[in-house]
Design a protein around this ligand. Structure first.
Ligand code: URA
Length: 425
């Protein structure tokens, strides 16, 4: 019988744990038999020692087995989901799920809430009056059948080991570990029951992974785990140095997603959304042109059906902030850099994000990027509009934006948003 201290020592000293030891460890931690301080020490050992491919496979499988696995067999269309590692202004899911559904796939999207400088899809959709993130398994399948897509919170029975481990990692300095991130994300996606999955792995200042090699390794690791679990998985590495689109916040992002569903979206958001949609449709075995569905109202119709099926009123006015303040260009020239992380932190300080899991977000707060990198600006021209219900928050937001903007005499070099595609070997 393994014991927790023995496993901590083994991992600390560089011995790979066996499948049986990992099953015991995850099971015993989930049931409360392994103490938080013991799991903390083990996570730190994993952080420094990494995991072998065999350990990672067993760890992920044990996290999946810690809870229920959804059965999407009753859904009459190929299932395909998307997961983003998180960014600033990343409202892609709000457009992508209905878009891909309108092309004939079923999109079961279990999403999360924002923490820190990155926003969460559920927080954004909760700007819509009446919309509910928490659905039972039966309700989720009913929405999926009627609208072709559903965006909701994962229930407590899905990968409960990850729920506890993620909270522990958050307070023990062990979040930024590629095997721990990969197993955390993939255990939830495998348990969700989707047949196929596209990963949007963000790279850059506003992303979890700021450097390309680490993002590539994370993507390859997750794609490998998906393939081993029988989920057809591919990843796109996409750039997250500037906010995606112009809106950063909650209601303001829903508004921009709606414009995109009407065919009036900002070019960068449209480009990333269509690239992911094409990957999802290819994995689902569907031949369709997502660009056409974005322009002709079919995707918008799916969005409205999904919102209404989850109790929301798609025609209700969205919350609007009481106060606005602009940040202006210090000089004339070309906007060369608008730092995604700084804009994310500023939006968070305006009230759009939360500092602790239990905090409420303010749905009206956020930032509108009136200029984006590549735009020519005049001295004194407004480049950011800050929105908040609390004027006292503007000073802290402006402080976060110090040094976030570069204006120069020439436009920045054009860089592709989709950097690389990673598929199973
Ligand atoms: N998202 C997750 O679900 N888990 C991680 O570890 C990181 C991001």
């Amino acid at each position: 019988m393994p014991d927790a201290v023995g496993l901590i020592l083994a991992k600390r000293d560089g011995r790979a744990l066996t499948d049986e030891e990992i099953r015991w460890l995850i099971g015993s931690y989930t049931s409360g038999a392994v103490a938080e301080e013991q799991m903390s020490a083990l996570l730190m050992a994993v952080y420094f020692r990494g995991m072998s491919p065999g350990e990672l496979r067993a760890w992920t499988a044990a996290m999946v087995s810690s809870g229920e696995r959804l059965d999407l067999g009753a859904v009459p269309a190929p299932t395909v989901d998307k997961h983003s590692t998180g960014g600033v202004g990343d409202k892609v899911s709000l457009v992508l799920a209905p878009l891909v559904a309108s092309c004939g796939a079923a999109v079961p999207q279990l999403s999360g809430r924002g923490l820190g400088h990155t926003g969460g899809t559920l927080d954004k959709l909760e700007s819509v009056p009446g919309w509910r993130a928490s659905l039972s398994g039966d309700e989720m399948i009913a929405v999926l059948r009627s609208a072709g897509c559903v965006i909701c919170a994962a229930g407590p029975g899905l990968a409960p080991a990850d729920r506890r481990l993620y909270a522990l990692r958050d307070v023990t300095g062990t979040v930024e570990s590629i095997p721990l991130i990969a197993s955390s994300i993939m255990s939830k996606k495998i348990a969700e029951g989707t047949a196929a999955l596209v990963l949007d792995v963000k790279v850059g200042s506003g992303a979890f992974m700021r450097e390309l090699p680490a993002a590539r390794e994370l993507a390859q690791t997750m794609v490998g785990l998906g393939a081993e679990a029988g989920v057809r998985t591919a990843a796109l590495l996409t750039r997250m140095d500037a906010p995606l689109g112009r809106a950063v916040g909650n209601a303001v992002e829903v508004q921009e997603a709606l414009a995109t569903l009407r065919g009036e979206g900002p070019p960068d958001l449209v480009e990333v959304t269509l690239a992911l949609a094409r990957e999802m449709l290819a994995l689902a075995g569907i031949e369709a042109d997502p660009a056409a569905a974005l322009g002709d109202g079919r995707a918008l119709d799916r969005y409205r059906r999904m919102i209404a099926a989850q109790g929301g009123d798609p025609d209700a006015p969205l919350p609007r902030a009481r106060h606005r303040q602009v940040v202006t260009a210090a000089q004339a020239g070309w906007l060369r850099r608008l730092d995604a992380r700084a804009v994310g932190v500023a939006a968070w300080r305006l009230g759009a994000g939360r500092a602790r899991k239990e905090d409420q977000v303010n749905h009206a707060a956020g930032i509108i990027c009136l200029a984006k990198p590549g735009d020519e600006v005049a001295a004194g021209q407004p480049i950011l509009e800050l929105r908040s219900d609390d004027e006292a928050r503007f000073a802290a937001a402006a402080e976060a934006l110090a040094g976030a903007v570069d204006i120069g005499p020439a436009p920045p070099p054009a860089v592709p948003l989709v950097i690389e595609r990673i598929a199973a070997a």
